[in-house]
Design a protein around this ligand. Structure first.
Ligand SMILES: Cc1ncc(COP(=O)(O)O)c(C=O)c1O
Length: 402
């Protein structure tokens, strides 16, 4: 299916995302636009609940998590049956960490200073259980992680290596090759967080040799909240016994056996309890749409749009906190403008949707359904807002979620 679309013809998908008709929606690295089909999908879920009641589990609800997990597997470049679905990345990370103990000689966790903070909190909580933490500082540019430098911190006491594939502030892509090579040489287990790459940067997790991948569908995959995932290399998975578990991970959950856990042999061994059915109904449409568009096409379009964005930003004299080389950049661009949060609020009033993150600035994240005109208009609006002080009303505004 994907071969039918070149990167420029991807604009034919635009009408499938209604918000693009009302807003200049440029925040797809935070929450991707809702596909129109998702409304029908959720209506189907409600109809099934209403008409079939508890029988809906047997009609298809129970296996929906495996179907969506296999959709995700296709996007990650891994085999069917190797992915499990979770409420959020925190849960997916806790799941894989629950397979390890930190009271032996091999107890190191190596992670990056610029990783997403929530992941850091989770790794750092292991210190109380004996983990030795190594937090690798950012590269000289202050916003990326140098793969070779990171790899030099891995040794034979390292148990886990945790990498964010695309960094959430700067959009820098981490060169994971030297990291995976070193980790494999010393027998460390690599966890790759793809939350900021999945759906905009093509992934080949199996080929890359990472042991586990986490991420979610609510950003570039346009799948809404509640569709996060964990992939575990099946060669490793068969030897892992999660301490965080539930009946959905049992080979025969509906026997309700009191004989103890009997883990499934596939990715389902990392499941917990009752699946989040409405989230799965919401998630499957976006993931299917991205697969249909083709991730290589989406990446080509993204690189074109972000290059266009950077050139426009440079003409306006805005600072940049993202790599200038498109090959080293994910799907968003971080603009270093004064009073970023207030400018973000003034943009929102004009129906131009971006976000602000401390130490990153304004993050602008066009997706395959956005146009060059939208990018141009957003940057001109930033210029106008700063020039006429339109943002000053928001300088003391309370920070809202989002
Ligand atoms: C790279 C990365 N990792 C982890 C998280 C946290 O994910 P969750 O809220 O699903 O636990 C985020 C959230 O945006 C993220 O960007």
């Amino acid at each position: 299916m994907a071969e039918h679309f070149t990167s420029d013809s991807l604009l034919s998908f635009r009408d499938r995302f209604p918000i693009t008709q009302r807003s200049n929606y440029l925040i797809n690295n935070s929450l991707g636009a809702m596909p129109a089909a998702t409304r029908d999908s959720l209506a189907q879920y409600l109809d099934e609940w209403d008409s079939r009641g508890v029988r809906a589990w047997g009609d298809g609800w129970w296996v929906l998590q495996e179907q969506v997990a296999d959709q995700v597997a296709g996007i990650l470049g891994v085999d069917d049956g190797t992915v499990s679905m979770h409420q959020n990345v925190a849960v997916a990370l806790e799941m894989i960490l629950s397979c390890f103990r930190f009271d032996g000689k091999r107890n190191g966790i190596v992670y990056a200073d610029r990783n997403f903070p929530s992941d850091q909190y989770i790794y750092e909580a292991r210190a109380a259980h004996g983990a030795k933490l190594t937090r690798v500082p950012a590269a000289a540019d202050g916003f990326s992680t140098d793969g070779e430098e990171f790899a030099s911190h891995i040794d034979d006491t390292t148990l886990l290596v945790a990498i964010d594939h695309v960094m959430f502030r700067s959009s820098a892509i981490v060169d994971i090759e030297p990291i995976v090579k070193k980790a494999r040489e010393v027998g460390a287990f690599v966890i790759l967080d793809t939350f900021h790459s999945v759906g905009t940067v093509p992934l080949e997790a199996k080929k890359w040799g990472v042991h586990a991948v986490v991420g979610g569908a609510l950003k570039w995959l346009c799948g809404g909240p509640g569709n996060c995932f964990l992939y575990v290399d099946p060669d490793e998975a068969k030897n892992l016994k999660p301490a965080f578990t539930g009946w959905a991970a049992h080979k025969q959950p509906f026997l309700f056996s009191p004989e103890g856990q009997d883990f499934r042999d596939d990715g389902g061994r990392f499941a917990t309890g009752t699946p989040n059915v409405p989230a799965l109904y919401a998630g499957k449409e976006g993931i299917a749409t991205l697969a249909e568009a083709g991730l290589r096409n989406v990446r080509a379009r993204s690189q074109k749009l972000t290059t266009f964005l950077i050139e426009a930003a440079q003409r306006h004299g805005f600072g940049l906190k993202s790599p200038l080389d498109a090959a080293k950049r994910g799907g968003h661009v971080a603009l270093d403008v004064p009073d970023g949060y207030a400018v973000c609020q003034a943009l929102s009033e004009r129906e131009i949707v971006v976000d602000f993150r401390p130490d990153a600035g304004l993050r602008v994240a066009p997706h395959f359904y956005n146009t060059e005109d939208e990018v141009r208009a957003a940057l001109q609006a930033i210029r106008d807002i700063l020039d006429n002080g339109d943002h000053e009303r928001f300088l003391k505004a309370e920070r809202k979620p989002g």
